[in-house]
Write a protein that binds this ligand. Structure first.
Ligand code: G1P
Length: 302
């Protein structure tokens, strides 16, 4: 059998307005909001790189220049830190510019996630590729993308990440109808619906923001009409692929059971910061001591 093309490209849609975080996101992209001391988007690029994808295309829009600056050199800052002999901070500044080969394309009109992914077509060409959504952070200790790439290499077609959620949460996600396979963590996707009403949801399997896609998705997206919210939905294009395997191979799902943080929601964003800060070797011990005291006090007073 001819070997399948290896996956080397990651696409990160980052054109959203971030209205849930106003006013913080009035002049700053939501992807630049810090999770402890690193912008959320850097965790996502690091995840792509640790899965072996070091060609990263970001789909941006107006007011997203800080993203490009973050992954570029900052000579002024670097030389100031060099002069001071501050090697550890210098390394932090250089880390993000040395991470990956970065490319950028602007989405222009915000016509939805499917349209954002379609903007990647000229860069991606005819290979399978990964899509990582910036609002979902996957804990590096629970690798997901590597497993999805393995499943894609085994079955071909496309692979999406799924997580079981409470039925009352399913309307916030794309939802998958699934069939079991011989592998415990992998399911075959038989249908997909974007943000269903709970009564119509075919399961409680939610799509989380990681995809490994067959390049045929672009042909389907070109024909996909606006769906939920008047936007061109990636979920609708994937539904087409799942419904007709002749288009671009099967669609499988990897069921993720690890740690995921949703930084697109303010409550979850705060929880992510607290959890990650507690686990940090440098900040954790002092922060945990403070937090224990604070929580004890809140519970007795509240
Ligand atoms: C997008 C997708 C949805 C998916 C979600 C995961 O929705 O359209 O299918 O479940 O990401 O985070 P969004 O949250 O951008 O509205």
């Amino acid at each position: 059998m001819a070997s399948r093309p290896t996956i080397s490209k990651a696409v990160i849609p980052a054109a959203g307005l971030g209205t849930r975080f106003l006013p913080a996101t009035k002049a700053t992209p939501k992807e630049m909001l810090p999770v402890v001391d690193k912008p959320a988007i850097q965790y996502v690029v690091e995840e792509a790189v640790s899965a072996g994808l070091d060609d990263v295309l970001m789909i941006t829009g107006r007011n997203k220049r800080p993203l490009e600056d973050h992954f570029d050199r900052n000579y002024e800052l670097e030389s100031a830190l060099q002069k001071k002999g501050d090697a550890s901070r210098l390394a932090k500044v250089q880390e993000s510019s040395d991470l990956a080969t970065m490319h950028y394309v602007r989405q222009g009109d915000p016509k939805g996630l499917g349209h954002a992914v379609l903007c990647a077509a000229p860069h991606v060409g005819h290979e399978p590729f990964a899509v990582l959504l910036g609002d979902d952070l996957i804990d590096p200790r629970d690798p997901l993308l590597q497993r999805m790439i393995e499943v894609q290499e085994e079955h071909g077609g496309s692979v999406i990440a799924l997580m079981e959620v409470a039925p009352e949460q399913i309307h916030l996600y794309g939802c998958a109808a699934v069939e079991a396979t011989a592998e415990g963590d992998t399911v075959k996707i038989t249908g997909l619906v974007e943000k269903p009403d709970p009564a119509d949801a075919p399961s409680n399997y939610a799509i989380i923001g990681r995809y490994v896609l067959a390049p045929q998705i672009f042909d389907v997206l070109r024909e996909t009409e606006p769906g939920r919210g008047g936007e061109i939905q990636l979920t609708d294009a994937l539904q087409q692929l799942a419904a007709d395997e002749k288009l671009g191979g099967p669609v499988h799902g990897v069921v993720f059971q690890g740690r995921r943080y949703d930084t697109g929601d303010r409550g979850d964003y705060l929880r992510a910061i607290v959890r990650l800060a507690c686990e940090r070797e440098d900040l954790g011990p002092e922060f945990r001591t403070w937090l224990r005291g604070y929580v004890g006090q809140e519970l007795t007073e509240g």
